[in-house]
Design a protein around this ligand. Sequence first.
Ligand code: ZN
Length: 512
Amino acid sequence: MSSPTHPAQPPHYAELCRMRRHVKTIESIGRLLSWDQETYMPHAAAAHRADQAAALSAIEHEQATSKRLGDLIAQCEADKGLTGDPASAEAANIRQMRRDYDLATKLPTDLVSELARVGSQSQEAWKEARQKNDFAMFRPWLEKMFGLTRRKAECLKKPGAELYDALLDEYEPDATGAQIEAVFTPLRPRLSNLVKEIVGRGKRPGDAFLNVPFAPERQHEFGQVVLKAMGFDFSAGRLDVTTHPFCSGMAPGDTRLTTRYRGEKFTDALYGTMHEGGHGLYEQGLPKAERFGQPLADSISLGIHESQSRMWENFVGRSREFWEWALPHAQKFAGGSLDAFKVDDAFRATNLVQPSYIRVEADEATYNLHVMLRFGLERSLISGELPIKDLPGEWNKRFKDFLGVDVPDDRRGCLQDVHWSFGLIGYFPTYTLGNLYAAQFWETIHAEIPGLRDGMRRGDFAPLLAWLREKIHRHGRRYSAADLCAMITGKPLSADPLMRHLEGKLRGVYGL
Ligand code: ZN
C-alpha cells in the first residue's frame, strides 16, 4: 500500500492531505451516481437521484469549505519546510489547494444557489426556444444568466483583470482572454482562407465509406479493439453506451467511457470512442494510486484534457497510418460492407471539410472557427460591450465572415449550444486550446519518437502513450498549462503547429 504523503511530512500537511482525500472521495461517489444516471438508471429513479445528488453535494461543499481546511492550508503555506522550494511537490499541492479553497469559498451561498436555480430554468427555456426557433423567448433568461455570471466574475476577479478572465480561470487556470485572443487572432484568417480554398476547389473526396451497414454490437467490439491498442486498461475501466458520450475518471482504478452508435455512420462512434478514450488514458495516467485527493493527482485544465482527446481522435485517428492498421479490423467487424474500400478511401472520407452551421458536427478545420466565434461573442457579452438583444445579428454577421455562409435561422445559429443557458461562460475557448496544444505536442512527439508513424501502421501506439505518460500525465497539476507547454515543446503556445498540421494534411487530401 502506498501512502498519500511522505512519512516524514509534518502533521498539519498530513492532516490537510487526509481531509482533501475525504472531500475527493465524496466527490467520486457523486461521479459514480451521475455515471449511473447517464447509463443504466431506470427512468423512474430520476427524482430520488436528484435528491441523492443534492444531499451529497451539500456534504461535499461543507467539507471543501470548512474552516479547519482553510486553517490547515494557511498553516502549511507559512511552513517554509513545505513551501520554501516553490518547485517541490508539496508547494505545488498547497498552491493548488489554496486555489480550490478560495474558489469554493469566495462565492456567496445565495449566488451559488441562484445560479443553480435560474440556470436550470433557463436551460428548460433554451430547449423550448431552440425547438421553436424563438430567440425572443430565450432572451430574458440569457440576460438573467449573464447578469448572474457577471456577479460571479466580480466575486472571483483578480484586481485589474478583465471580468471574463475570472470565468475562464475556472476551466483554464491562469489563462486570460487577452492571451487567448493573441493566439486566436492570427489563426482565424489562416483557417478561413484554407476553408475557402478547399470549398473553392469544388472537388470533394467520396464519402461512401462513411455510410455503410455496420451492426452496433460489432461496432462496439471494434471500438474495444481500438481502445486496447491505444493502451486503455479495461481492468481499470469500462466502455458503455449513452446518448451524450463522456469520460468520467471517477476514482483510482476506475475510469468510465461512454459512446453512442448511430445507424450507418460508424466513424462517428469510432471517433467518439477514440476521443473519450484519449480523456480516459489521461485519467488512467494520473498518479491517483499514490496521491488520490491531492491536486498532483488531478488534471491540469480543460484545454490540456482536450489536447489528449483530440490527439487520439484527430492526429492519430484521422491519419493514413492509423487506417493502414485499422481498416482490416473494421472490415472484419463490419461483415463485408467495407470490403471494397481502400486505406486511401478511409483517409480521405474521414478528412472531409465542409462549412456547416452546427459546431458539434463540424470537421477538424472548421471546428475552431465555430469556437473562435463564440469566444469573441461571450467576451463582449460579459463586458457589456455587446447587448444580449444584438446577439443574433452579430452572430450571423461574424459567421458569414468566418465561414462564408449565411445562417438560416437562430436554431442553427446562436440558439444551438446549451452552454450559456446554464452559465458555462468562458468554457468554449478550451476546445480550441485543446486542438492547439495537441498540435504543438504532436510536433515535439514526432521529433522525439523517430519510428512513430511506422509503429502506428502496425497498431503500435505504446511509444506515444509512454511519451504522454512521462511528459504530461504523471505531473497532475504540478505545472500550469502554459508552463507545461513551454517545458515540453520549448515554446509558448502558438497557432502555427495546428495550421501546419491542417494545411499539410488537407492540401494532400484535396490536391491543393
Ligand atoms: Zn472532450
